[in-house]
Write a protein that binds this ligand. Structure first.
Ligand code: ADP
Length: 440
């Protein structure tokens, strides 16, 4: 497996690469400017000497005595004057210098600069009237200054790079320490601490830590709900089983002496075992509601009408429907039927009198409503009724048969289709369940 690079190393390497590149560019510019500057300086000097010679009428002069007066010996300048009559005059020690320069090489873009072994000269010649004047300036001293400056500059750059690298390494290390601390904390969550410490800055780390804590909180709540559900479900199942066992015991102990207990107990066992059957069926439905199903384009309007017809056949109570025709929805048919059956079933259970209204409309969304004039639901219960196995006021609810799973199935199905369910009070009394499905 490839070993993971630390942020410290990665950032230092990247930053140094960039830093070195910038320094290189700056140095190249500096070298270019220095060369141009030195070259200009020497050519100005040469220009000045030529001008002085030109002003003093070079053709009529006695060059043998004057040639030295145009150059400064200490500055290593050398002059060669070739007269039309073939005479050649050199300034002091210049003959040797000119011989050297003749062997040298020059650069294409700095044509007057001549390299002879280690030496550097500036060479220029001009025709002044019919006199040919050649000038050599030894440029070694000045170019040495520039070269030395460049070397010092380069050394300073290297020092800058090393110090920069160390500083960056140290700073990034300090910075990434927070990340390492965060990862240590993450590993210790649940053991020593409940939540991740949220740093004030940088903003991104603050956001990550906050988002993580929110997620953690949600997940813990979900796990808590799961635990609660499992314990409620097993409690719900155990209650009828305990009752059944009680009656089996009763039959075993007393049926010989009192055979009249048998039919009574059997009917009780029958009733309770049906309850277990129903409950496990509903629990299964609930887990199925959370699964994926095959979807088809369903004529929702016709489906609601048919369900209403079938439900009407099972009750004396009046179910009034108001259904807009031609509403289609992509869903699993059985799941839409289950939603309607559960809502109308509840309305029949919890509203012993009065008509039940069911409507289906399409506006911005597809709206399915089931309203009754029954006992209603208190505001503080409106959220809870959708929880699994929750029943309003157990004592009162026990008068009406139920398990507290119906609405959780409805909610799970509605959310599966990205819909919303809400519950409101009906006027003057009762409950209205409204489901909004997105129009697709
Ligand atoms: P169940 O009906 O099996 O108890 P549900 O999940 O269908 O379970 O409903 C949860 C609770 O919500 C019910 O116990 C009941 O108290 C309340 N409830 C549901 N529908 C209505 C309604 N139409 N009117 C009044 N209360 C209702």
């Amino acid at each position: 497996m490839k070993t993971k690079q630390t942020a410290k190393r990665q950032l230092t390497v990247r930053f140094m690469g960039l830093f070195a590149l910038i320094l290189l560019l700056i140095n190249l510019i500096f070298v270019g400017i220095s060369i141009a500057f030195v070259y200009n300086y020497i050519s100005d000097r040469s220009e000045h000497i030529f001008e002085t010679i030109e002003k003093s009428d070079p053709s009529g002069q006695d060059w043998s005595s004057l040639v030295d007066s145009y150059v400064i010996q200490d500055e290593e300048e050398a002059l060669k004057v070739s007269l039309p009559n073939g005479e050649v005059h050199y300034s002091e020690d210049a003959a040797e210098t000119f011989e050297d320069v003749a062997k040298g090489r020059s650069l294409p873009f700095l044509e007057h600069l001549v390299f002879v072994d280690d030496e550097r000269y500036y060479y220029e010649e001009k025709e002044l009237g019919n006199t040919k004047v050649a000038l050599v300036i030894d440029s070694e001293a000045i170019t040495d200054i520039v070269v030395n400056l460049l070397i010092v500059n380069l050394l300073l750059n290297v020092v800058g790079l090393v110090v920069g690298a160390l500083l960056i390494y140290w700073m990034v290390g300090r910075w990434s320490l927070r990340l390492s601390k965060m990862s240590t904390e993450l590993n210790q969550l649940d053991e020593t601490q409940d939540f991740l410490t949220v740093p004030d800055d940088p903003k991104e780390m603050y956001q990550v830590a906050t988002a993580f804590n929110t997620l953690l909180e949600k997940q813990r709540q979900a796990i808590q709900r799961e635990k609660q559900f499992v314990s409620d479900a097993s409690h719900e199942l155990r209650t009828p089983i305990t009752a059944i066992r009680g009656h089996v015991n009763l039959i075993q102990r007393r049926s010989e002496a009192h055979p009249e207990v048998i039919p009574q107990s059997l009917s009780f066992i029958d009733k309770e075992s049906k309850r277990i059957d129903q409950l496990s069926e509903q629990l299964l439905n609930l887990s199925r509601a959370e699964n994926k199903t095959q979807l088809e384009d369903i004529d929702f309007s016709t489906l609601v009408s048919r369900e209403v017809e079938q439900l009407q056949a099972t009750t004396e109570r009046e179910i009034v429907s108001q259904i807009e025709p031609g509403i289609y929805f992509k869903a699993a048919k059985s799941e839409l039927q289950q939603i309607i059956q559960n809502l109308v079933g509840n309305a029949l259970k919890y509203a012993p009198t009065g008509e039940i209204q069911i409507s289906l409309q399409k506006e911005d969304t597809i709206r399915l409503q089931v309203a009754d004039h029954g006992i209603g639901i208190a505001d503080e219960e409106k959220e809870k009724i959708f929880e699994r196995l929750y029943r309003v006021d157990q004592s009162r609810a026990s008068e009406v048969k139920g398990s507290g799973i119906g609405l959780s199935i409805v909610k799970a199905l509605v959310e599966k289709y990205e819909g919303e369910i809400q519950v409101d009070d009906n006027q003057p009394q009762g409950t209205v369940f409204t489901i909004l499905f997105p129009k697709k």
